[in-house]
Write a protein that binds this ligand. Structure first.
Ligand code: HEC
Length: 404
């Protein structure tokens, strides 16, 4: 028999009846007070109950460090009552503290999308909140930085420094940096394996790709490719690496299991940067020296369409659905939208001094364009197809990476 049962058994029926009616009228009064002061429900009372009871066995920091859904809080409160939290005697206190926690300790909004802008001359990477456009941090890197990629877990950024022949690793939480060597000469761009273990770096002045183990930060392989390799693009399964060799006008296809070049795909002169279609069926390559966009069918390993672009196309980005390509025509000073199937131009958007690196926001609604000579980033609304904002950035912004 529990304490409470014993207590009730000593009362007479009459006493129980009286207690019940008293209780009922108290309840009515309480309900009325709720109606007349809806604000007082939960809020302050919940906080009081929380402070009084949840600090009995541990500090309040313990619950305050958690950000959970209401049902998860319900579960925790249940556990705390199991440990002996005194609110187990009062349904009202339980509800009040639950409401309080669900409101004040709700899940944090998901991490903000960030844009990382690499500046060749100010030799730093600016971190910009995509939604607010606020500059969150600036991280110093090596000399003439160019390529940038994020580790798959988002914890690190890798920046290839063409002028100092090394790679800067940036911690995305603290923005602290470390440096790793072992590249070839003038490391240009990089790609990371889906498991985050390997980094592939193109070295235009060594005509090779170096492979780096990111657990040890040591180089593990060197793969000879064509002349003056620039862009590197890895398939989403990490099995194939495409390398754009600007001076041999061809794409080297590397099988990552063996680190061997298994195919070479000719393109128009000056293949520079590339992007894969969402399913990986097509590889889009901008050929800077030929004012062309090559559409390559990856399975057949050959160009299926060559599309005329503006002058000196520098970069290409694919919208999330894969239907539209954005091409940065650096010398025509515009970005153009191209139908990915037909290759037909859909629109052109002028960019002040000449666009370089492109990055689409994860929802595809904005295209961020590095304007190298203007030291700005132009933000294009992809539906309206016009520049909606221009952000001043560092000196010679070359490439932009946006992470969700
Ligand atoms: C009678 C002691 C006691 C009281 C009172 C108490 N707790 Fe705890 N709490 C514990 C113990 C013991 C642990 C560590 C064991 C565990 O986490 O399972 C803990 C851990 C926690 C944790 C960490 C659990 C996790 O999964 O990370 C949270 C959050 C928490 N308490 C919230 C609360 C809240 C909210 C209250 C008030 C409603 C409360 N506690 C009141 C004993 C208590």
């Amino acid at each position: 028999m529990t304490e409470r049962d014993r207590c009730f058994s000593t009362l007479s029926r009459r006493e129980v009846m009286i207690l019940r009616s008293v209780f009922a009228s108290l309840l009515l009064l309480f309900a009325l007070s709720l109606v007349s002061h809806p604000q007082s429900a939960g809020g302050d009372e919940g906080e009081a109950v929380f402070k009084e009871n949840c600090s009995l066995c541990h500090s309040l920091d313990r619950p305050r460090s958690r950000h959970l859904l209401q049902r998860e809080w319900q579960h925790i409160i249940g556990r705390m009552m199991g440990f002996g939290c005194p609110i187990s005697g009062s349904r009202k206190k339980q509800d009040a503290v639950l409401e309080y926690l669900a409101k004040t300790q709700r899940p944090l909004t998901r991490p903000v999308a960030k844009a990382y802008v690499v500046h060749e001359e100010s030799e730093d990477v600016w971190v910009i909140d995509v939604a607010t456009r606020k500059v969150l941090a600036k991280a110093k890197v090596g000399k003439l930085p160019h390529g940038i990629i994020a580790s798959p877990d988002g914890k690190a950024l890798y920046v290839t420094n063409m002028g100092s022949d090394n790679i800067t690793v940036i911690n995305t939480q603290t923005y602290a940096t470390t440096t790793m060597g072992g590249t070839g000469r003038n490391p240009h761009e990089c790609a990371v394996s889906p498991d985050g273990h390997l980094l592939y770096v193109s070295n235009p002045s060594s005509n090779n790709v170096t492979v780096h183990d990111m657990r040890t930060h040591l180089p593990v392989a060197t793969i000879p490719v064509g002349r003056f390799p620039h862009g590197v693009t890895l398939t989403s399964d990490g099995r194939k690496l495409y390398v754009a060799n600007m001076e041999s006008s061809a794409i080297s296809v590397i099988e990552t299991a063996t680190n061997q070049v298994v195919a070479t795909i000719p393109t128009a002169p000056g293949p520079h940067r590339m992007a894969l279609s969402p399913g990986g069926k097509f590889l889009y390559v901008v050929n800077t020296d030929a004012n062309r966009l090559s559409i390559i069918e990856t399975e057949r390993g050959r160009e299926v369409k060559s599309v005329l672009t503006g002058k000196a196309p520098d970069d290409v980005a694919v919208n999330p659905g894969g239907a539209i390509l954005w091409v940065a025509d650096s010398e025509s000073r515009n970005v153009e939208a191209v139908d990915s199937r037909s290759g037909e131009p859909l629109a052109t958007v002028l960019v002040e001094r000449g666009p370089g690196g492109l990055a689409l926001t994860p929802d595809g609604k904005e295209l961020w364009v590095a304007d190298v000579a203007a030291n700005t980033v132009a933000i294009v609304d992809t539906a309206q197809r016009r520049v909606v904002t221009t952000l001043p950035v560092g000196n010679r912004p070359h490439l932009i990476l946006i992470t969700p």
